[in-house]
Design a protein. Sequence first.
Length: 109
Amino acid sequence: MTRSDLVARLAEQFGQLTHRDTEFAVKTILDAMSDALARGHRIEIRGFGSFSINRRPPRVGRNPRSGEQVVIPEKLVPHFKPGKALREAVDARALLEDPVQPVNPAAPA
């Protein structure tokens, strides 16, 4: 689902909102979340998941072309951890759509 898909679905679901209002609401929410993460805050949405910042320590890598060692600086990267309800919903949906067939090693091929 893309941002425009989300805007279209919300506009469809809430007929009292115009497409422009829905677009503004989605932009405001995403901007607020981005700002919070940029300031180092954690975002928790119960039943959905949490967003946090992970620190990647500095390390030594290699330039694949020359083989020369390169120092890669520390980075702060956003991280998403799905909540229990989201994990269970995705798992239940996956089982309904694409069930995994048990493998019977004794059965002839």
